[in-house]
Design a binder for this molecule. Structure first.
Ligand SMILES: Nc1ncnc2c1ncn2[C@@H]1O[C@H](COP(=O)(O)OP(=O)(O)OP(=O)(O)O)[C@@H](O)[C@H]1O
Length: 300
Protein backbone atom coordinates (compact mmCIF):
# COMPACT_ATOMS: atom_id res chain seq x y z
CA UNK A 1 0.00 0.00 0.00
CA UNK A 2 1.39 3.39 -0.91
CA UNK A 3 -0.28 6.64 0.04
CA UNK A 4 0.53 10.19 -0.93
CA UNK A 5 0.07 13.30 1.14
CA UNK A 6 -1.71 16.15 -0.63
CA UNK A 7 -1.98 19.73 0.60
CA UNK A 8 -4.30 22.05 -1.22
CA UNK A 9 -4.40 25.75 -0.40
CA UNK A 10 -3.49 24.78 3.14
CA UNK A 11 -3.60 27.80 5.44
CA UNK A 12 -3.31 28.33 9.19
CA UNK A 13 -3.68 31.74 10.80
CA UNK A 14 -3.00 32.60 14.43
CA UNK A 15 -4.53 36.05 14.74
CA UNK A 16 -2.56 38.22 12.36
CA UNK A 17 0.15 35.58 11.83
CA UNK A 18 -0.09 33.43 8.71
CA UNK A 19 1.79 30.42 10.11
CA UNK A 20 0.94 28.48 6.93
CA UNK A 21 -0.12 30.42 3.89
CA UNK A 22 -1.84 28.77 0.92
CA UNK A 23 0.44 25.73 0.58
CA UNK A 24 -0.25 23.34 -2.28
CA UNK A 25 2.05 20.34 -2.76
CA UNK A 26 2.14 16.56 -2.96
CA UNK A 27 4.42 14.21 -1.04
CA UNK A 28 4.96 11.13 -3.18
CA UNK A 29 5.66 7.54 -2.09
CA UNK A 30 8.99 5.89 -2.80
CA UNK A 31 11.24 8.78 -1.93
CA UNK A 32 12.37 10.89 0.98
CA UNK A 33 10.86 14.35 0.76
CA UNK A 34 12.67 17.01 2.74
CA UNK A 35 10.51 19.76 4.21
CA UNK A 36 12.89 22.63 4.56
CA UNK A 37 12.54 26.12 5.95
CA UNK A 38 14.07 28.50 8.45
CA UNK A 39 12.84 28.60 12.05
CA UNK A 40 9.22 29.66 12.23
CA UNK A 41 8.58 28.90 8.55
CA UNK A 42 5.53 26.79 9.40
CA UNK A 43 6.87 23.24 9.09
CA UNK A 44 5.58 21.96 12.42
CA UNK A 45 2.20 23.63 11.94
CA UNK A 46 1.88 21.99 8.50
CA UNK A 47 2.75 18.57 9.91
CA UNK A 48 0.30 19.00 12.78
CA UNK A 49 -2.45 19.71 10.25
CA UNK A 50 -1.49 16.58 8.29
CA UNK A 51 -2.06 14.62 11.49
CA UNK A 52 -5.32 16.34 12.38
CA UNK A 53 -3.75 17.89 15.51
CA UNK A 54 -4.52 21.40 14.26
CA UNK A 55 -7.42 22.37 12.01
CA UNK A 56 -6.63 24.43 8.90
CA UNK A 57 -8.08 27.95 8.74
CA UNK A 58 -8.73 27.10 5.10
CA UNK A 59 -7.62 24.56 2.52
CA UNK A 60 -7.17 20.83 3.02
CA UNK A 61 -4.54 18.20 3.59
CA UNK A 62 -5.16 14.52 2.99
CA UNK A 63 -3.30 11.23 3.37
CA UNK A 64 -4.21 8.62 0.80
CA UNK A 65 -7.08 10.81 -0.41
CA UNK A 66 -8.80 11.50 2.90
CA UNK A 67 -8.19 13.48 6.08
CA UNK A 68 -5.94 11.57 8.48
CA UNK A 69 -8.61 11.39 11.16
CA UNK A 70 -10.92 9.49 8.79
CA UNK A 71 -8.50 6.56 8.67
CA UNK A 72 -9.65 3.69 10.86
CA UNK A 73 -6.13 2.47 11.70
CA UNK A 74 -4.17 5.66 12.40
CA UNK A 75 -0.90 4.04 13.51
CA UNK A 76 -1.08 1.67 10.57
CA UNK A 77 -1.44 4.64 8.23
CA UNK A 78 1.00 7.31 9.40
CA UNK A 79 3.93 7.02 11.78
CA UNK A 80 4.77 10.42 13.18
CA UNK A 81 7.59 11.79 15.25
CA UNK A 82 6.76 15.33 16.29
CA UNK A 83 7.91 15.69 19.86
CA UNK A 84 10.65 13.38 21.10
CA UNK A 85 9.67 14.03 24.72
CA UNK A 86 6.07 12.95 24.21
CA UNK A 87 6.40 9.71 26.22
CA UNK A 88 5.17 9.70 29.84
CA UNK A 89 8.40 10.24 31.84
CA UNK A 90 7.55 7.60 34.47
CA UNK A 91 6.90 4.84 31.95
CA UNK A 92 9.54 2.45 30.70
CA UNK A 93 10.26 2.35 27.00
CA UNK A 94 8.60 -1.07 26.85
CA UNK A 95 5.43 0.04 28.64
CA UNK A 96 5.14 3.25 26.67
CA UNK A 97 5.12 1.22 23.47
CA UNK A 98 2.90 -1.51 24.90
CA UNK A 99 0.24 1.06 25.88
CA UNK A 100 0.34 2.50 22.37
CA UNK A 101 0.14 -0.97 20.83
CA UNK A 102 -2.80 -2.04 23.00
CA UNK A 103 -4.82 1.12 22.46
CA UNK A 104 -4.27 0.72 18.72
CA UNK A 105 -5.08 -3.02 18.62
CA UNK A 106 -1.55 -3.89 17.53
CA UNK A 107 0.06 -7.18 18.60
CA UNK A 108 2.38 -6.93 21.64
CA UNK A 109 5.17 -8.64 19.70
CA UNK A 110 5.49 -5.45 17.61
CA UNK A 111 6.87 -3.76 20.74
CA UNK A 112 9.91 -6.06 20.83
CA UNK A 113 10.32 -5.76 17.08
CA UNK A 114 10.44 -1.96 17.04
CA UNK A 115 12.66 -1.80 20.13
CA UNK A 116 15.07 -4.02 18.22
CA UNK A 117 14.71 -1.89 15.08
CA UNK A 118 15.68 1.33 16.83
CA UNK A 119 18.47 -0.18 18.91
CA UNK A 120 16.69 0.14 22.27
CA UNK A 121 16.20 -3.57 22.98
CA UNK A 122 18.78 -3.36 25.77
CA UNK A 123 17.15 -0.27 27.27
CA UNK A 124 13.51 -1.42 27.23
CA UNK A 125 13.26 -1.15 31.06
CA UNK A 126 14.59 2.40 31.15
CA UNK A 127 12.09 5.08 32.11
CA UNK A 128 11.38 7.62 29.36
CA UNK A 129 12.05 10.48 31.80
CA UNK A 130 15.62 9.30 32.36
CA UNK A 131 16.57 9.04 28.71
CA UNK A 132 18.96 11.26 26.79
CA UNK A 133 17.43 13.27 23.96
CA UNK A 134 19.02 10.83 21.52
CA UNK A 135 17.36 7.84 23.21
CA UNK A 136 14.05 9.71 23.36
CA UNK A 137 14.29 10.30 19.63
CA UNK A 138 14.81 6.57 19.10
CA UNK A 139 11.82 5.81 21.32
CA UNK A 140 9.76 8.29 19.29
CA UNK A 141 10.81 6.54 16.08
CA UNK A 142 9.92 3.18 17.63
CA UNK A 143 6.42 4.48 18.38
CA UNK A 144 6.09 5.78 14.82
CA UNK A 145 7.03 2.36 13.41
CA UNK A 146 4.71 0.30 15.65
CA UNK A 147 1.88 0.09 13.14
CA UNK A 148 4.25 -0.58 10.20
CA UNK A 149 2.74 2.45 8.42
CA UNK A 150 3.14 3.28 4.72
CA UNK A 151 3.66 6.96 5.59
CA UNK A 152 6.27 8.44 7.93
CA UNK A 153 6.29 12.06 9.09
CA UNK A 154 9.33 13.13 11.11
CA UNK A 155 9.75 16.66 12.48
CA UNK A 156 13.44 17.54 12.87
CA UNK A 157 14.37 13.95 13.81
CA UNK A 158 18.12 14.55 13.97
CA UNK A 159 17.81 17.07 16.80
CA UNK A 160 19.82 15.78 19.74
CA UNK A 161 21.27 12.81 17.89
CA UNK A 162 25.01 12.16 17.79
CA UNK A 163 26.70 11.50 14.41
CA UNK A 164 26.08 7.75 14.67
CA UNK A 165 22.41 8.41 15.49
CA UNK A 166 22.10 10.84 12.59
CA UNK A 167 23.51 8.27 10.20
CA UNK A 168 21.17 5.64 11.63
CA UNK A 169 18.01 7.70 11.12
CA UNK A 170 19.12 8.76 7.65
CA UNK A 171 19.61 5.11 6.66
CA UNK A 172 16.28 4.19 8.20
CA UNK A 173 14.39 6.88 6.27
CA UNK A 174 16.11 6.00 3.01
CA UNK A 175 15.38 2.31 3.58
CA UNK A 176 11.68 2.92 4.17
CA UNK A 177 11.42 5.15 1.09
CA UNK A 178 13.17 2.45 -0.97
CA UNK A 179 10.42 0.04 0.13
CA UNK A 180 7.91 2.38 -1.51
CA UNK A 181 6.76 4.22 1.60
CA UNK A 182 6.10 7.94 1.78
CA UNK A 183 8.66 9.71 3.96
CA UNK A 184 8.41 13.39 4.88
CA UNK A 185 11.12 14.85 7.08
CA UNK A 186 11.51 18.44 8.18
CA UNK A 187 14.72 20.31 8.83
CA UNK A 188 16.11 23.81 8.89
CA UNK A 189 19.47 22.52 7.62
CA UNK A 190 20.03 22.26 3.89
CA UNK A 191 23.24 20.31 4.47
CA UNK A 192 21.32 17.62 6.32
CA UNK A 193 18.66 17.44 3.63
CA UNK A 194 21.30 17.15 0.93
CA UNK A 195 22.37 13.84 2.46
CA UNK A 196 18.89 12.49 3.09
CA UNK A 197 16.25 13.74 0.69
CA UNK A 198 15.44 12.94 -2.92
CA UNK A 199 13.01 15.80 -3.24
CA UNK A 200 12.70 19.12 -1.42
CA UNK A 201 9.72 21.24 -0.50
CA UNK A 202 11.02 24.59 0.74
CA UNK A 203 8.86 27.05 2.65
CA UNK A 204 9.45 30.45 4.20
CA UNK A 205 6.98 32.48 6.26
CA UNK A 206 4.36 29.85 5.59
CA UNK A 207 4.61 30.15 1.81
CA UNK A 208 5.88 27.69 -0.77
CA UNK A 209 9.27 28.75 -2.13
CA UNK A 210 10.34 25.67 -4.06
CA UNK A 211 9.16 22.13 -4.78
CA UNK A 212 11.71 20.23 -6.85
CA UNK A 213 14.19 17.33 -6.91
CA UNK A 214 17.31 17.69 -4.78
CA UNK A 215 19.42 17.24 -7.91
CA UNK A 216 18.02 20.48 -9.33
CA UNK A 217 19.13 22.35 -6.21
CA UNK A 218 22.57 20.77 -6.38
CA UNK A 219 22.97 21.70 -10.03
CA UNK A 220 21.97 25.33 -9.42
CA UNK A 221 24.13 25.56 -6.31
CA UNK A 222 27.14 24.36 -8.25
CA UNK A 223 26.87 27.66 -10.24
CA UNK A 224 29.92 27.10 -12.39
CA UNK A 225 32.41 29.90 -12.13
CA UNK A 226 36.12 30.36 -11.64
CA UNK A 227 37.98 32.44 -9.08
CA UNK A 228 41.28 33.93 -10.32
CA UNK A 229 43.87 36.08 -8.61
CA UNK A 230 46.53 37.87 -10.55
CA UNK A 231 48.58 41.06 -10.29
CA UNK A 232 47.10 42.06 -13.68
CA UNK A 233 43.32 41.70 -13.24
CA UNK A 234 42.32 44.28 -15.88
CA UNK A 235 44.54 42.73 -18.52
CA UNK A 236 43.31 39.22 -17.83
CA UNK A 237 39.68 40.39 -17.81
CA UNK A 238 40.18 41.94 -21.24
CA UNK A 239 41.89 38.78 -22.55
CA UNK A 240 39.01 36.61 -21.36
CA UNK A 241 36.81 38.42 -23.84
CA UNK A 242 33.25 37.17 -23.96
CA UNK A 243 33.24 35.35 -20.61
CA UNK A 244 31.55 37.55 -18.03
CA UNK A 245 33.92 38.76 -15.35
CA UNK A 246 33.17 40.43 -12.02
CA UNK A 247 35.64 41.78 -9.53
CA UNK A 248 35.21 40.60 -5.93
CA UNK A 249 35.73 43.18 -3.14
CA UNK A 250 39.16 41.69 -2.39
CA UNK A 251 40.29 42.15 -6.00
CA UNK A 252 39.86 38.54 -7.14
CA UNK A 253 38.14 37.99 -10.49
CA UNK A 254 35.06 35.80 -10.65
CA UNK A 255 34.70 34.48 -14.19
CA UNK A 256 31.42 32.97 -15.35
CA UNK A 257 30.62 30.92 -18.44
CA UNK A 258 33.92 29.09 -18.61
CA UNK A 259 36.02 26.70 -16.56
CA UNK A 260 39.34 26.81 -14.74
CA UNK A 261 41.23 25.00 -17.51
CA UNK A 262 40.14 27.53 -20.15
CA UNK A 263 41.04 30.51 -17.94
CA UNK A 264 44.45 28.96 -17.17
CA UNK A 265 45.10 28.38 -20.88
CA UNK A 266 44.33 32.03 -21.77
CA UNK A 267 46.59 33.27 -18.94
CA UNK A 268 49.46 30.97 -20.01
CA UNK A 269 49.17 31.95 -23.66
CA UNK A 270 49.52 35.64 -22.77
CA UNK A 271 52.05 35.26 -19.98
CA UNK A 272 49.76 36.46 -17.18
CA UNK A 273 51.03 35.08 -13.87
CA UNK A 274 48.27 33.65 -11.69
CA UNK A 275 48.37 33.63 -7.91
CA UNK A 276 45.22 31.50 -7.61
CA UNK A 277 42.88 29.65 -9.96
CA UNK A 278 40.01 27.63 -8.54
CA UNK A 279 36.52 26.46 -9.50
CA UNK A 280 33.97 28.39 -7.46
CA UNK A 281 30.95 26.79 -5.88
CA UNK A 282 28.07 28.20 -3.95
CA UNK A 283 27.60 26.03 -0.90
CA UNK A 284 24.22 24.39 -0.58
CA UNK A 285 23.67 26.34 2.60
CA UNK A 286 24.33 29.58 0.69
CA UNK A 287 21.91 28.50 -2.04
CA UNK A 288 19.27 27.87 0.62
CA UNK A 289 19.98 31.21 2.31
CA UNK A 290 19.60 32.98 -1.04
CA UNK A 291 16.35 31.15 -1.68
CA UNK A 292 14.83 32.01 1.68
CA UNK A 293 16.32 35.49 2.07
CA UNK A 294 13.45 37.83 2.74
CA UNK A 295 11.39 35.11 4.36
CA UNK A 296 13.29 34.92 7.63
CA UNK A 297 11.30 35.53 10.77
CA UNK A 298 14.36 36.82 12.61
CA UNK A 299 17.20 38.55 10.87
CA UNK A 300 20.42 39.68 12.49
N1 LIG B 1 -0.22 27.88 18.72
C1 LIG B 1 0.30 28.97 18.13
N2 LIG B 1 -0.15 30.21 18.44
C2 LIG B 1 0.36 31.30 17.84
N3 LIG B 1 1.34 31.27 16.91
C3 LIG B 1 1.83 30.08 16.56
C4 LIG B 1 1.35 28.86 17.15
N4 LIG B 1 2.03 27.82 16.60
C5 LIG B 1 2.90 28.37 15.73
N5 LIG B 1 2.79 29.72 15.69
C6 LIG B 1 3.55 30.64 14.82
O1 LIG B 1 3.45 30.14 13.51
C7 LIG B 1 4.68 30.28 12.80
C8 LIG B 1 5.14 28.94 12.29
O2 LIG B 1 5.55 28.11 13.37
P1 LIG B 1 6.05 26.61 13.18
O3 LIG B 1 6.40 26.08 14.53
O4 LIG B 1 5.07 25.85 12.39
O5 LIG B 1 7.37 26.80 12.32
P2 LIG B 1 8.56 25.78 12.06
O6 LIG B 1 8.92 25.93 10.62
O7 LIG B 1 8.20 24.43 12.54
O8 LIG B 1 9.71 26.41 12.92
P3 LIG B 1 10.77 25.74 13.91
O9 LIG B 1 11.82 25.15 13.02
O10 LIG B 1 11.27 26.94 14.69
O11 LIG B 1 10.02 24.75 14.74
C9 LIG B 1 5.62 30.97 13.78
O12 LIG B 1 5.59 32.35 13.54
C10 LIG B 1 5.03 30.64 15.13
O13 LIG B 1 5.39 31.62 16.07
Amino acid sequence: MSLRIEANGLTKRYGAIHAVDDLTFTVEPGRVTGFLGPNGAGKTTTMRMMLGLDAPSSGTVTVGGKPFRDHTAPMGTVGALLDARAAHPGRTAYHHLLCLAESNHLPARRVDEVLELVGLAGASRRRAGGMSLGMSQRLGVAAALLGDPPVLIFDEPVNGLDPEGIRWIRTLMRGYAAEGRTVLVSSHLMSEMALTADHLIVIGRGRLIADRPLDDFLRDAAAPGVLVRTAEPERLAALLGAASVETAPDGALIVHGTDAAAVGAVAARHGVALAELSPRRVSLEDAFMNLTAGSLEFTA
